[in-house]
Design a protein around this ligand. Structure first.
Ligand code: SF4
Length: 59
């Protein structure tokens, strides 16, 4: 699947770890316990793993 540029809204993130667990090469859980982008990109369906809609994918 094609990777696309993503952004993560830390104010919405609840730190569940679903995104980092599913896409560990592109997303990590930071020292603050919230998700952060490692590469700036991720598989285009990444937003679907977040239960609170904190990940947006640029078209
Ligand atoms: S899936 Fe969403 S709420 Fe869970 S850690 Fe990732 S960005 Fe945060």
């Amino acid at each position: 699947m094609e990777k696309k540029k993503i952004s993560i809204d830390k104010s919405a993130c609840i730190g569940c770890g679903c995104c980092a667990g599913t896409y560990p090469e592109d997303i990590a859980i930071g020292a603050d316990g919230l998700a952060e982008s490692v590469t700036g990109v991720a598989e285009e369906d990444v937003a679907s793993v977040c239960p609170v809609g904190a990940i947006s994918v640029e078209e």
